[in-house]
Design a binder for this molecule. Structure first.
Ligand code: FAD
Ligand code: DHB
Length: 389
């Protein structure tokens, strides 16, 4: 079978689904191909902090109703070290806040929008291969329910995450890779426990970093710095709660435990592939770059990329290729600033075994960030989200 569309979108994560929704608003046809099932992508637990630009994009495509009904608006966050809490007031420092809303709920909203509009979303596709990327007539081949299909298109949007096929389809000599691994990971849990703080708590502690976050007034999301090869079997519930209580301890704070419903280990990596375009293939989101999770930027970067990409494709189809020609450079300017911020937040808050001098510098930086309005504003304006371009 041969199908034809304007833009073939690989991957129905936040990037692919949002791109499809934005293109539909411009009257541009797209087919989204996704390797996993609807149930899988709608229950995959990942990020939870939305910048205003991400909230705006959800509103723009008409998928924001549940987010506004259930999301929690946060105007600040707590940095905790030496057992003391220091509030960074995002609203006072920047005029903006963030929205706490689960990534998988955002995915659910965008899937519902797409299926409700009758727009093509091919789930559980196999053996996706890209060809003709250096021509004006690329093709995507895939198999679904035993049937082989060729999807002919003008452009391929590689929104298939870090392990997808899109970036891998670019000849190695056409890409430059920048990366950094960190000597630790995050052990993350979801728990049926009322959040022990109204705002997120980022805790630096000699035992390692801890983060208290939430998903709703009844569900807590918490993270612990751990080793990259940590064995979850060695972390029964009691041990997790005891460790969290130690790292998050402060005079005015009591951690409320509850049944743990999900646990996982997230590796920490910084990664950028340049450029984000090869011929008629355009990369967006995790397919092109990864940030360590400290600062909650991965999902927001993915949405920011596709906002630029949708605008650029709309201009292209209206006869002006300039934005598309500048897509990679425009994205990378923002991507590198966010890479810097995520690297800096990771560096600021985790325990690194790099000696006493480095440790004292780290404590001085924490003290500086929480006592200087200029430094706190720098953190706040990055946290709530830098401008799109
Ligand atoms: P993805 O969400 O990865 O979507 C890519 C989609 O492509 C997936 O649905 C995948 O199934 C599909 N796909 C892959 N290969 C193919 C193929 N060959 N054919 C078709 N489809 C394919 N960020 C934060 O800010 N805070 C967090 O706490 C946080 N936690 C995370 C935890 C984990 C375990 C992971 C992996 C990431 C986490 N992130 C977090 C990062 C954030 O979730 C990502 O940055 C975000 O999902 C990027 O969206 P995306 O659409 O680019 O990619
Ligand atoms: C969450 C994840 C983050 O990486 C972060 O910095 C803040 C919150 C979360 O999953 O809620």
């Amino acid at each position: 079978m041969v199908l034809r569309t304007q833009v073939a979108i690989i991957g129905a994560g936040p990037a692919g689904l949002m791109l499809g929704a934005l293109l539909a608003r411009h009257g541009i046809d797209a087919v989204i191909l996704e390797a996993r099932s609807r149930d899988y992508i709608e229950h995959r637990i990942r990020a939870g902090v939305l910048e205003q630009g991400t909230v705006d994009a959800m509103d723009e495509v008409g998928a924001g109703a549940r987010m506004h009904a259930h999301g929690l608006v946060h105007d600040g966050a707590i940095l905790r070290f030496g057992g003391q809490s220091h509030r960074i007031d995002f609203r006072a420092l920047t005029g903006k806040g963030v929205m706490i809303y689960s990534q998988h709920e955002l995915v659910r909203d965008l899937v519902a929008l797409r299926l409700g509009a009758g727009a093509p979303l091919e789930l559980e596709v196999e053996d996706v291969t890209l060809s003709g990327l250096d021509t004006a007539h690329p093709e995507v081949r895939f198999r679904r329910a035993g049937h082989d299909t060729v999807l002919a298109c003008d452009f391929v949007a590689g929104c298939d995450g870090f392990h997808g096929v899109s970036r891998a389809a670019i000849p190695a000599d056409q890409l430059r890779i920048f990366e950094r691994d960190y000597p630790f990971a995050w052990l993350g849990i979801l728990a049926n426990a009322a959040p022990s703080s109204h705002e997120l708590v980022y805790a630096h502690h000699d035992r390692g970093f801890a983060l208290l976050s939430m998903r709703s007034p009844e569900v807590s999301r918490l993270y612990l710095q751990c080793t990259p090869d940590e064995d979850l079997a060695r972390w029964p519930d009691d041990r997790i709660w005891t460790e969290l209580a130690q790292r998050l301890a402060a005079d005015d704070f009591t951690l409320t435990p509850g049944p743990i419903t999900q646990r996982s280990i997230t590796p920490m990596r910084s990664f950028v592939a340049e450029p984000m375009r090869y011929g008629t293939l355009l990369l967006a989101g995790d397919a092109a770059h990864i940030v360590p999770p400290t600062g909650a930027k991965g999902l927001n970067l993915a949405i920011a990329d596709v906002r630029l990409l949708a605008e650029a494709l709309a201009a292209f189809y209206a006869g002006d290729p300039a934005l598309l020609d500048g897509y990679s450079a425009a994205c990378l300017r923002r991507v590198w600033k966010v890479e810097r911020f995520s690297w800096w937040m990771t560096r600021l808050l985790h325990r690194f075994d790099d000696g006493d001098f480095a440790h004292r510098i780290q404590r001085a930086e924490l003290d500086y960030v929480t006592s200087s309005a200029a430094a706190a504003t720098t953190l706040a304006e990055n946290y709530v989200g830098l401008p799109l371009r």
